[in-house]
Design a protein around this ligand. Structure first.
Ligand code: PLP
Length: 393
């Protein structure tokens, strides 16, 4: 059975070109980048090269790129690196747990935290941020694109407000990376962003590598204590193959963004969305009517338990998620969807489809055959669906 993978927001496949770029750094050029000999210097050169690729993509200085082990570490470093007891942090109620749980931990250590609400479409309103700012607000952290709905936040407006209020601004751009242009320069959309998180395994690079962009003016305390790697911002021997893979993946994403790839991907996502909505009643899209990244759609199927649906689809060869992958196995409805005002039953009936740039039209067409059959089967077993059908007839 040829499986169909529509779970790219959980992780993307590693591109063969990325793997090939990494391979020599496992087998031949395995030197430690801190070593003075030629093998060490070869590794150092490869890290510098990758750092330059990433800086070109972000329109920043290479020295402003800090390599980490991934999105979770970068998010934690951004928060723990600048906040101290007595400071105020503003974040949103739809962040990934890498931010929200870090914020809760900081709260227990004396940092004041405000979780901003979102609209029914999943947007953090700039006016809400303005109202929440206080003289001790040190940092505002709002994600760029949401991992469950794909909804894009008005980061330029939010970061501008944070700066005007004297606060730093961080954005978790894990789900925007490779999907939207990222420009932190003085002329860019992200000109007021001081720190930005990216993760390798969401952009066709391996797991276990990420970056935190840190503007030169930001004073960041390290979380790990050890060597003076990454200009004292992140101690630990560099993951050279991972860094090389990330640099290569970012070059590929940058080229792809200049092609019709994003438009093609959005068209495939829309085809999936329209196909589902036109064939199945009592369904809807979460976060409709606002800007979303091209690959994501979050759809509720009333009277169906998402977990049962995704298991049924899995058995048919289709990989999707209910809410976010990190929450699978948890019985709580998604905090993102409930923050958007969805009733718990509808949040529990939601499936996230996230396409990759390798997704084909044939796969979408096959998906559109599998889903109506699986939903109809589960609804036959649903007491609430039968009741709704009886009321109508
Ligand atoms: N932030 C967002 C928005 C994510 O979607 C994820 C992963 O799903 C993370 C952070 C964590 O990234 P990592 O898996 O690299 O730790």
């Amino acid at each position: 059975m040829q499986r169909i993978y529509l779970d790219a927001n959980a992780t993307t496949p590693l591109l063969p070109e990325v793997f090939e770029a990494m391979r020599p750094f496992y087998l031949e050029h395995y030197g430690n980048a801190s070593s003075i000999h030629q093998q060490g210097q070869h590794a150092r050169g490869a890290i510098d090269h990758a750092r330059e690729s990433i800086a070109r993509m972000l329109h920043c200085r290479p020295a402003e790129v800090v390599f980490t082990s991934g999105g979770t570490e970068s998010d934690n470093l951004a928060l723990f690196g600048v906040l101290a007891p007595g400071d105020h942090l503003i974040t949103s109620s739809i962040e990934h747990h890498a931010i929200s749980h870090a914020a809760q931990s900081l709260e227990s250590r004396g940092v004041e935290v405000t979780f901003l609400p979102v609209t029914v479409q999943g947007i953090v309103e700039p006016t809400a941020l303005l109202a929440a700012l206080k003289p001790n607000t040190k940092l505002v952290s709002i994600m760029y694109a949401n991992n469950e709905t794909g909804v894009i936040q008005p980061i330029d407006a939010l970061a501008g407000i944070a700066h005007a209020g004297g606060a730093l601004f961080h954005t978790d751009a894990v789900q925007a990376g490779g999907k939207l242009p990222l420009d932190v320069s003085a002329h860019g959309f992200l000109k007021d962003v001081d720190m930005l998180t990216l993760s390798g395994h969401k952009i066709y690079a391996p797991k276990g590598i990420g970056i935190l962009y840190v503007r030169r003016s930001v004073r960041l305390a390290p979380m790990f204590h050890g060597g003076s790697h990454e200009r004292q911002r992140r101690a630990g021997t560099e993951n050279v193959p991972g860094i090389v893979g990330l640099g290569k993946a970012i070059d590929i994403c940058n080229d792809w963004l200049k092609t019709d790839g994003p438009t093609r991907l959005a068209a495939l996502r829309d085809r999936l969305e329209h196909g589902i909505l036109s064939q199945i009643d009592e369904t809807g899209v979460n976060g409709v009517g606002v800007s979303r990244v091209a690959n994501t759609t979050s759809i509720y199927f009333d009277h169906v338990e998402a977990e049962a649906l995704l298991i049924a689809l899995d058995l048919k060869g289709l990989s999707v998620s209910g809410g976010s992958a990190c929450q699978s196995g948890a019985s709580e409805p998604s905090h993102v969807l409930t923050a958007m005002g969805l009733p718990a039953a509808r949040a529990r009936a939601t499936i996230r489809f996230s396409l990759s740039k390798l997704t084909t039209e044939a796969e979408i067409d096959e998906t559109l055959k599998l889903i109506p059959a699986a939903v109809a089967h589960l609804r036959q077993l649903s007491p609430t669906y039968k009741k709704a059908a009886t009321l109508v007839s």
